[in-house]
Write a protein that binds this ligand. Structure first.
Ligand SMILES: Cc1cc2nc3c(=O)[nH]c(=O)nc-3n(C[C@H](O)[C@H](O)[C@H](O)COP(=O)(O)O)c2cc1C
Length: 195
């Protein structure tokens, strides 16, 4: 079992959250963390769980124009030309049973929108079984820093995700075929709550 955490980050806040989530997941399975510009075009067949995260821009996932805007405000650390919107958009339909979840960073304002909600919807439409509701981690200002306690919360979210997927994953083919129907959409009631 292994997890793939794909993140987009302009100023490093979402990257820090992605790394904390991966650390939490490591309690249950190996987790690779990959910047979206370097992410594979398809999800490798041996990936048990895919976690995708990015910054909330204009109430949703970033666009090329919002990334240009971000780059104009302060030096950026991430790739410019591809965000999680483009990456998810380029994925083929799902042929494996890879569980998925999405997270974002966003401002502490209540009217902030959520990249994770939009990403979750896209992943769901592609056929990924969603293992958790979208999770948001707060930044105090556009360039950060993350609000107090958010890295700990990200670690805890990753830990719970990893445990949930590891527990539900059938380990033998005959177990999978005996529970084929339930396994096809294994998390509809059992998703982690919105964070
Ligand atoms: C162009 C732009 C648009 C943004 N729009 C929103 C928004 O609609 N809602 C929100 O909560 N935060 C918004 N933000 C703040 C980002 O969510 C914040 O910069 C991000 O969480 C920082 O993460 P990063 O360092 O990984 O890029 C915006 C930031 C930029 C640069």
């Amino acid at each position: 079992m292994r997890a793939l955490v794909v993140y987009e980050s302009m100023y490093g806040n979402t990257e820090a959250v992605a790394r904390a989530i991966a650390e939490g997941i490591e309690g249950s399975m190996h987790a690779d963390v990959v910047e979206v510009g370097a992410a594979p075009r398809t999800v490798p067949a041996d990936v048990t769980m895919l976690v995708v995260g990015g910054p909330t821009h204009a109430f949703s996932m970033s666009w090329p124009s919002t990334r240009r805007d971000a780059a104009g405000r302060a030096p950026i650390v991430g790739s410019h030309d591809r965000g999680i919107r483009e990456w998810i958009g380029g994925l083929p339909g799902v042929t494996t049973q890879t569980a998925a979840a999405a997270f974002d960073t966003r401002s502490t304002s209540r009217l902030s929108g959520s990249a994770a909600r939009a990403a979750s919807r896209r992943l769901d439409r592609l056929g990924f079984p969603l293992v958790a509701s979208p999770a948001s981690f707060r930044v105090g200002d556009v360039t950060g820093p993350l609000a107090d306690g958010e890295l700990d919360r990200a670690y805890g979210w990753g830990k719970a995700l990893g445990a949930q997927v590891a527990e539900r994953r059938p380990t033998r083919p005959e177990v999978r075929s005996a529970h084929q129907h339930a396994y096809h959409r294994p998390y509809p009631q059992g998703r982690l709550g919105e964070a």
